[in-house]
Structures are given as C-alpha cells and as structure tokens.
Design a protein. Sequence first.
Length: 202
Amino acid sequence: MTSSGDIVLATEAGADAVGIILAESPRRVPLEQVEELAVAISPFITKVGVVVRPGAAETARLRALGFTLQFSGDETAELCERASGGLPYLKAFHIPGHAEHVPGDFGALQDYEHALWMFDTAIVGKAGGTGVTFAWGSVEPLAKLRPIVIAGGLTPENVGDCVRAVRPYAVDVRSGIETAGKKDPQKMRAFVRAVKEADASA
C-alpha cells in the first residue's frame, strides 16, 4: 500500500493484512511516511513492513508502530531473528520459475526460528513484485507440514487454483491487483473473493 486510500480499499475488499514496502521498489514508502499510513490500518488487520537488509533503526521503528516485519532479501537467520526482537516475522525465499521442488537445504530454512515462510518467484535483480508465478507444486509438500505463504504473479484469475492446489496459510499479491501501476478496486475485490471461494471449496 502506498496511500491511506489504498488501505481503505483493501480493508473494504476484506484483506486480512496489508503491506508497506520500505525496500527499493516503485511502491516504496519512505520511513517518515509510514506512521501516517499506519494510523489508517484497522487494529483488526495485520500491518506488514517489507524490508531488504534493513538497518536497526528502521526495524525498531516498524516494530514500535506494530508492524510485522517481512524480510525479502538475502538476510541471514541471525539478522532476521535479531531485527524482529523475538517476534514472529515473514521471510521470503525465492524459487526459480522452472523449479520442480524447493532447492537448497531445508535445514537452513529451519534456522529462521520465528519465521512464517513465504515463497516468491526468483528473478535476477528483484526481491519481489515480479508478477511471475513459480511451480506451486514445488512447495505443496511443505504446506502440509507448516503454514506457508505463496507470492509471485498471483491474480484474481489464478489465485483460486493456487489456494486449491497448495492450501497455503496465506497468499500475497501486489501487481496482480493493479492497473497501470495503481491499485484497482475491482481487482482487489475480485482477488479476495476468489481466495475466499477457493478456500471454502477446498
């Protein structure tokens, strides 16, 4: 979200959480504007602050404002655990679009002790917001073991398939609910509706 108007639209659409990006992105919000947006977020909706290799002052300010941190870069488990202050957080792991299974060492993922794992599409030079999907089946076995979040290229048209196939704890959307780089109220409502319908049918 980049404005209080976007936050109101997301709330009315039925979102459970809204994110504010502080990392390099066309949607980046300067830290000094975050407090202004934070007051627009209902206390019944989770506030998420999206960061990449953040500094201590940045994460401390976000925590003070009640944000859950989402680490979307190559942060180590040690950095995430320290910066989150022992509170739950999200950690994004990037999956190649052609992958048939999650690469790497699952043990390393377990080091992120307080993390809710998020899986996004790996695109060179980008930490998120790619608008590209990956093979959801590659993480479906993990979804049976623990809560996970799916991101990357989700839209009102395909998110239902993702929910039914993987049964994730949550799904994350950015560009899939935008038109010409701006949040689209119709797409936002359609996305949430598709998630809820797929969740009920699955």
